[in-house]
Design a protein around this ligand. Structure first.
Ligand SMILES: *Cc1c(COP(=O)(O)O)cnc(C)c1O
Length: 237
């Protein structure tokens, strides 16, 4: 095994241990939290090292980069997650690769995903991205518009609204991140009360390298970790 592959495998072990410890602090177990390894900073070879180390959920934020890596790695070994903004003209090709779209950020995009999924004869799991911090630069729905959108989304037969996704505010440190994550969890609880049965809202995708432990303590079911997995590794791309 190369030095790089060993370092990546060690980092993966460490992150999994930290997730397990955070889950325990929150009264859950490591099995309740899925790690999506974000490979956007690295080349195909380094992404492959993660897969060899036993991580089979990989995420990319740019559709083209996801297509490229998905074409280069064995498709039976990887479940791909799109975590960044998806343009409507890239929906069809992206859906043919991914298991979950985390970044359902507009009605128009969700309509396009529904249509493309129908053409592929699939029911596509999608998360609703919520701009919980209200940051003007961020994509996503406002927290207070979701409730009235759910009945319409439930009627879209080829998308499955599986949960919510967010990013914590950039500023404000761990305390602010904790508040943002708690707000997403509370939003889900609120929405679940009046939610059509077609919509599960089980997943909470929240937490990145700097705040994944906080996110897990606050109820994340999926964390998206990139740079921490490649600490100490020279970057290939
Ligand atoms: C890049 C990215 C991540 C991972 O970020 P790190 O800080 O490198 O862990 C997570 N989520 C989204 C939406 C991203 O774009």
């Amino acid at each position: 095994m190369s030095e790089t592959a060993k370092r990546i495998a060690d980092n993966l072990t460490e992150i999994r241990e930290r997730i397990a410890a955070a889950a325990k602090r929150g009264g859950r177990t490591a099995d309740d939290v899925k790690l999506v390894a974000v490979t956007k900073y690295v080349d195909v070879e380094q992404a492959a090292a993660l897969v060899d180390a036993g991580c089979h959920d990989l995420g990319e934020s740019r559709p083209q980069e996801l297509w490229h890596k998905a074409d280069s790695l064995p498709s039976d070994a990887v479940r791909w997650h799109l975590i960044g903004h998806l343009q409507r003209n890239k929906v069809r090709r992206t859906l043919s690769h991914v298991t979950l779209v985390h970044s359902g950020d507009s009605q128009r995009l969700l309509a396009a995903i529904d249509e493309a999924a129908a053409a592929l004869d699939r029911r596509m799991p999608v998360l609703l991205e919520v701009n919980i911090s209200g940051d003007a630069e961020k994509h996503g729905f406002a927290a207070d518009e979701l409730e009235r959108l759910l009945p319409g989304l439930a009627k879209r037969a080829n998308i499955e609204i599986a949960g919510l996704m967010t990013m914590a505010a950039r500023e404000g440190g761990d305390q602010r991140a904790r508040r943002d994550f708690a707000q997403l969890r509370e939003l889900r609880e609120r929405l679940l009360r009046g939610c059509p049965p077609e919509i599960s809202l089980h997943e909470l995708s929240m937490g990145m390298s700097r705040d994944f432990e906080t996110a897990v303590e606050e109820g994340a079911t999926i964390v998206r970790v990139g740079s921490a997995l490649f600490a100490g590794v020279e970057q290939g791309s």
